[in-house]
Unconditional design. Structure first.
Length: 255
């Protein structure tokens, strides 16, 4: 995969949240088009990885969100030589335990129909090499792909893993830790760095092997709980060579 050594890391975006609330749509659209893409362009980052739940609605995607993303976001990405990589998250899936039908693939297919290949979706475990660093990308783990994901982790020689995952022992909300997960945290001990989407508050731990596991949080508030922690809202830049992760907080008024 041809890209520079630094990539953008973006948490759950949940476009179309609050049942497609028009005011939230305007805010999120402005954040993406007028802040996020220009910010990454200025930083020289052209590959953006969104760690799952690009859209909010599980069983349908709102036409208004597809419309502005196809007609405004995709041309802007193409104009700036950027590619958006989206992991399939649990909110992306039409069915709880079957990943095949999902909204991120729908966006990719719509983009292709308009002649663009600057958005891509990961609905299967995939290994990439960026700046000579092997990265394993994992979609949401559910009944239909648990075996496939487990085998991919076991076989992987990657040092970095990106996933949308439910793991125990991490912060779900203020003062509350996840008590169970869809896969055992210990399987990630073979990696040096593990970045996750799913939980909205950032948290991290270092495993016995030295693996740093981190939930990256959300880029902006999407509910009242997120709004209580505006300083935690933002995105990251990952240096794939050094594994240095730089947090970019949102400017005032964009959290």
């Amino acid at each position: 995969m041809k890209t520079n050594k630094r990539i953008g890391i973006i948490g759950d975006c949940h476009f179309g949240t609050r049942n497609g609330n028009q005011f939230f749509r305007k805010f999120a659209k402005d954040w993406l088009l007028n802040y996020l893409i220009p910010m990454y362009k200025e930083a020289g980052v052209t590959s953006l990885f969104e760690l799952g739940d690009w859209f909010d609605q599980r069983r349908y995607t709102l036409a208004l969100d597809l419309h502005w993303q196809i007609n405004e976001m995709i041309p802007l990405l193409a104009e700036n030589g950027m590619t958006l990589f989206m992991l399939v998250g649990n909110h992306s899936m039409a069915l709880k335990n079957d990943i095949e039908v999902n909204s991120t693939n729908a966006l990719v297919n719509a983009a292709k129909a308009h002649g663009s290949c600057c958005v891509k979706s990961f609905d299967k475990p995939t290994e990439l090499t960026i700046a000579q660093t092997d990265i394993l990308v994992l979609p949401w783990i559910c009944d239909s792909n648990f075996k496939e994901v487990s085998e991919a982790i076991e076989a992987s020689r990657a040092t970095v893993v990106l996933s949308h995952a439910e793991l125990s022992g991490f912060v779900i909300s203020a003062g509350k830790l996840a008590e169970q997960g869809t896969i055992c945290t210990s399987v990630f001990e073979k990696f040096e760095l593990s970045l996750q989407g799913h939980y909205h508050l950032p948290s991290e731990k270092t495993l016995r092997s030295g693996t740093l596991m981190k939930y990256v949080g959300v880029p902006y508030h999407q509910n009242t709980a997120d709004a209580d922690y505006p300083a935690d809202n933002g995105v990251h830049i990952l240096d794939c060579v050094t594994q240095a992760l730089t947090f970019i907080p949102n400017p005032e008024g964009m959290s």
